[in-house]
Design a protein around this ligand. Structure first.
Ligand SMILES: [Fe+2]
Length: 203
């Protein structure tokens, strides 16, 4: 088509590769501390048994990891910087100081564990930092316009499909707006997928 078109209502997701080097002391310490949390969190193991199919999350027990160890605190400081940049990119009329890290929790997904479609209600920015990814288990995002499409024909270009999959590697960070629906499909590898998720809320 020769005439100009306007792209509007774009959704911006950040995939920051090598956000923390896997060779760094910090990355190593995060792994050690994550393991310590996993093994010591009996309440979380009980909560996960009821609420997180086959997996473990500290979401219902230890969701203030950034207050627990130096390593998670260091991670939170780095996240503050990235979220400040993201908020600028999004053009939010809000001071970055008005956003604060409200929760940070650990996820361990063994083989066949999955995380169904969800949003992070009442938060502004959410995201995940990846510690252990043994194979390509993605995080998938849904086109937020999907419920309104009614009789729209299918689209050919993969860039405008109704779902996109991002494939993080260890050390990567993914940031998104908290209202954006996402899932992690069933993990297909023997070695668990380990990640740290978080929310930034509006003070
Ligand atoms: Fe999530």
């Amino acid at each position: 088509m020769a005439s100009a078109s306007t792209i509007c209502f774009a959704t911006q997701i950040i995939h920051k590769k090598k956000f923390i080097s896997t060779r760094s002391k910090l990355f190593h310490q995060l792994l050690v501390d994550a393991e310590q949390v996993f093994h010591s969190d009996a309440a979380g193991q009980r909560w996960s048994k009821k609420s997180y199919f086959q997996g473990y999350t500290s979401y219902g027990s230890l969701d203030q990891l950034h207050r627990m160890t130096d390593s998670f605190f260091s991670l939170s400081k780095k996240l503050n910087v990235m979220v400040t940049q993201y908020v600028k990119l999004l053009g939010f009329e809000i001071k970055s100081s008005q956003l604060y890290l409200s929760r940070m929790w650990l996820n361990v997904m063994p083989k066949f564990c999955y995380h169904p479609w969800h949003i992070h209600p009442l938060s502004v920015i959410s995201g995940t930092f990846y510690l252990q990814i043994p194979g390509p288990t993605p995080i998938r995002f849904e086109d937020p316009r999907l419920p309104l499409f009614m009789n729209r024909p299918p689209i050919r270009t993969p860039l405008d499909s109704n779902y996109i999959s991002l494939f993080p590697r260890p050390g990567d960070l993914i940031l998104f707006e908290s209202w954006l629906r996402h899932e992690v499909p069933a993990h297909q590898f023997e070695t668990p997928r380990i990640s740290v998720s978080f929310n930034f809320d509006w003070a």
